[in-house]
Design a protein around this ligand. Sequence first.
Ligand code: MLT
Length: 353
Amino acid sequence: MGYAVFETARYMGKTGAAVKRALGLGSFCLYPIIFDMSINQPSSYVFPHKHLLGIEGLSRPDIEALLELADEEVILSRQVEKKKTSLRGRTQINLFFEPSTRTQASFELAGKRLGADVMNMSVANSSAKKGETLIDTAMTLNAMRPDLIIVRHHAAGAVQLLSRKVDCSVINAGDGAHEHPTQALLDALTIKRAKGRIEGLVVAICGDIMHSRVARSNMICLAALGARVRLVGPTTLMPAGIERFGFEIFHDMREGIRDADIIMMLRLQRERMHGSFVPSTKEYFRYFGLDDEKLALAKPDALVMHPGPMNRGIEISTDVADGAQSLIREQVEMGVAVRMAVLEALARRLPNG
Ligand code: MLT
């Protein structure tokens, strides 16, 4: 079979340390993924985790339950009356140590649609600028008795560390090059709604795989849901040893996207690059940028995704980004729905939830 689902599960289960090394994740713990293809979701499904720190550690039923709930949130979000009361009385803090537009905005909207009191804290206004450690910040916020903290941090593993120090539920909104679980969930929801399924689809994740938490979360999520995941990018932007996990690796973009159902483009994550990984952005676009000519090699009904922010003319052309095959706007809409689903699933587990 050669494809990621079982291979990844096997590797994650048996050789967590090797996986960590290959993905450059340092010493933070990876949990084995449980792949259980046979369980159908009962509607009474209870999300079994206190935090959402990554896609890793979630079972297929966990992922499917969140997607099902998110589907309901889409219906609510399209109504004039967009409010629910499931988080009424709850306090949600959005703690962002890195800039963000869509992720922070969608977590804020999601919390508000569910009735929570939402506070946004960005690093520019926090004591972290004055030298306070992550843990001190966490302890300070914990003393204010929040119910949910959403954290974005530039260091891989920082969110997991913080989750150990606070009493409330913690959601990872992106930690370094490690994971961005709600992005992968919203991408899965977008694909499922557009294609009617994920199982068996060929998904090409293209670009800066090495520095991308979106790629990492997506490869685990999509493989768990039965997609055939291809990783496409220059050798310099591919994590060493990644081929051991059963993903198909391509260094030629044209080959990588040939007959694909979904093409997921990634930004060059310059903020995480130490040194020069591509000769020039012009050169990069020529070989790895998605334009109409390359897109024509994918299936005729192939769809294009990008987590944003997009760099037009570097990894994607304006024609493709705004074209008929683009799902980029849908992804933004699904972002709110998925974040509502995650907040709601975690809030059900809170005391008196
Ligand atoms: C992220 O936070 O990782 C974004 O959603 C994707 C990006 O920054 O390129």
